[in-house]
Design a protein around this ligand. Structure first.
Ligand SMILES: Nc1ncnc2c1ncn2[C@@H]1O[C@H](COP(=O)(O)OP(=O)(O)OP(=O)(O)O)[C@@H](O)[C@H]1O
Ligand SMILES: [Mg+2]
Length: 579
């Protein structure tokens, strides 16, 4: 409920629309409520008395009220949808922005599937609930109460029937609302599971095929899908039972009205028109109750959605921007001072007391076993994560002193897993520098030894990548990601194992290009191959989150048993250590 309250601020800009809509609805319902009474007068005072001019007059009134009612109804729909659509557009915008600025730990926490559900079906649910709220929340209760009041005033003789029918109807509605609320809640849960499964299957389609797990996945999916079918049927059946049952109760009421009415008409204590009007009002009572309960069900379904959305909106980005950011140009002197970090606070740290210093223009190589924390270490530099303790400094200042934009602008980062977008190659490179010229793009492609394969493509740099760049090889992807980090002309260049899928000849070319073009840039090069880092000014040997040894290639070969071991096995495997 609190979540709903928090989201209500998104209605504020459209508050006028949100007020007009129910007001229009009040007009429509008032006109609807008038109709049976007019009909009653036509019958009792017009037809019964043979008064044609009266009949015509009342007929005119009936048409007029219908028209006014129509205007009210249409107006309400227009303003209700305007409010709801604007509301959800603004909210979706904020949601999207929040997700974009998410820290990495938040992204891990929410998972992609959940966030997509959030942006799509949860938003849809909220929008529908709001439209219904503005339209029917007034209509249902007003019709219900209005009809009862009018019967009390104009057809008191038949009022006792309402005293019996209404409580029965109200009880049924209450019972069904509560039940279907519960059932729909279950449906929603299964929908979440189905969404996650679809997401997972599509994302992993290649792996599934390669491991011949297709049937297994289909079985799994069929399982959850059947569950969804069963739950949806349960929920729908409840509504299916509700409608005929209420109709039955109402019909009993009509029979009672006709029977009681007939006797009274015989005694001349009641006119025929009153009975007809009463039957109409009885229908309205039922409609009013039914639509009120439907709104309640819809609202009950929307509340968890609101909760989920607010949870995302309120997720704090643990990365804060300084109020007075340091604006000086970043040179690239960098030091880690006792940096420790863990992804999950209760587990053992992934980085333990990391300290080292690198001067601007120098190269630091990072090598170590898989899982030793290399990628985690370099992610500290553009503040993808902040350390739990210790500090990372650039040009003598903690990186927290620079604004995130300024810091990241000065860093070229090619992450271990090359992420490319479903755009052209040139557009992908422009993520590194939005105003990059064709020349710069060419240059970057060349440095990353990617020009050759790009040239072979039909459209060259204008070649359109598929989603996830599935139309490229692993090494091609890595080279494009590298080109994207080059193009930015950074002060600090971070390459996280970007040559793992690149052949050794290409790697040499790339190394040479980096040395030539980025000689004043601080280079942080992560690799599991000694050949990639042996020329670094300083090499960090990582082992289980700690720096096990530090020094140049020659020093480490002499002093570090771990490095010697790596050198030995890599030499055995035929990885060339020498030029
Ligand atoms: N997002 C994450 N959430 C939780 N734990 C993580 C996350 N990313 C990495 N880890 C854990 O942190 C440790 C270090 O991972 P990291 O990716 O830094 O290793 P690495 O040295 O880069 O390995 P590789 O050579 O395979 O790339 C691993 O034990 C890994 O399981
Ligand atoms: Mg890694």
């Amino acid at each position: 409920m609190q979540a709903v309250w928090k989201l209500s601020k998104y209605i504020k800009p459209y508050i006028l629309f949100a007020i007009i809509a129910p007001v229009m609805m009040v007009i429509e319902v008032s006109m609807d409520l008038l109709q049976p009474t007019i009909l009653q007068h036509i019958i009792d005072d017009g037809i019964a008395q043979n008064d044609t001019s009266y009949i015509v007059k009342m007929f005119g009134l009936m048409i007029a009220t219908s028209l006014i009612g129509l205007i009210g109804g249409v107006g309400c729909s227009i303003y209700a949808s305007r409010t709801a659509v604007n509301f959800s557009t603004d909210l979706r915008h904020d949601l999207y922005e929040t997700i974009t600025y998410f820290s990495n730990s938040s992204k891990d926490k929410f998972t992609l599937g959940k966030l997509v559900t959030n942006l799509t079906s949860d938003m849809e649910m909220l929008q529908r609930a709001l439209t219904m709220l503005l339209k029917i929340f007034v209509r249902g209760p007003m019709m219900f109460v209005g009809a009862i009041v009018i019967v009390f005033i104009t057809a008191r003789e038949l009022f006792p029937i309402l005293l019996i029918v209404v409580p029965i109807l109200a009880f049924c509605m209450y019972y069904f609302t509560a039940l279907s609320g519960k059932l729909f809640h279950k449906v929603q849960k299964v929908v979440d599971v189905v969404n996650t499964k679809v997401q997972e299957n599509l994302a992993g389609i290649r792996v599934i095929k390669a491991y011949n797990r297709k049937n297994h996945q289909i079985e799994q999916f069929t399982g959850v899908n059947t569950q969804l079918m069963k739950r949806s049927m349960e929920a729908d059946q409840i509504i299916g039972v509700l409608a005929p049952f209420t109709m039955f109760v109402v019909n009993l009421g009509i029979v009672a009205a006709l029977w009681m009415g007939a006797i009274k008409v015989d005694n001349n204590t009641l006119q025929v028109g009153v009975i007809l009007a009463f039957i109409n009002y009885l229908m309205m009572v039922m409609q009013g109750l039914m639509s009120s309960s439907m709104v309640l069900v819809q609202l009950a379904r929307a509340i968890p959605s609101a909760g989920r959305i607010v949870e995302v909106l309120e997720e704090k980005t643990d990365l804060t921007n300084p109020s007075k950011p340091e604006a000086k140009v970043i040179q690239g002197n960098m030091s880690f001072e006792n940096v420790s970090f863990s992804y999950l606070k209760e587990t053992e740290p992934v980085l333990k007391n990391i300290s080292f210093h690198v001067n601007a223009g120098e190269t630091v190589g990072i090598i170590g076993m898989t899982g030793s924390g290399k990628s985690t270490l370099v992610k500290m530099i553009p503040r993808l994560f902040d350390p739990d303790s210790g500090v990372v400094k650039i040009d003598g200042l903690p990186i927290g002193n620079y604004s995130l934009e300024h810091l990241r602008q000065s860093i070229g980062f090619a992450p271990q897993k090359a992420t490319l977008f479903s755009k052209t190659i040139a557009d992908n490179l422009r993520y590194g520098k939005s105003d990059a010229t064709a020349e710069e793009i060419l240059q970057a492609l060349q440095s990353a030894n990617a020009k050759e394969f790009v040239d072979k493509l039909d459209a060259g740099a204008e070649h359109l990548l598929t989603q996830g760049a599935t139309n490229l090889s692993g090494g091609q992807k890595q080279r494009l990601a590298m080109a994207r980090s080059f193009i930015r002309k950074p002060s600090i260049l971070i390459l996280d194992d970007v040559t793992s899928a690149v052949d050794s000849i290409s790697e040499k070319t790339i190394q040479r290009a980096i040395e030539e073009q980025f000689n004043v840039v601080t280079k942080v090069i992560v690799s599991s191959k000694i050949s990639s880092i042996r020329h670094a000014d300083q090499i960090l040997v990582m082992d289980d989150g700690k720096i096990a040894a530090m020094g140049t290639h020659e020093q480490l070969l002499r002093e570090s048993p771990l490095y010697q071991e790596m050198a030995k096995t890599q030499a055995e495997k035929g990885v060339t250590l020498s030029e």
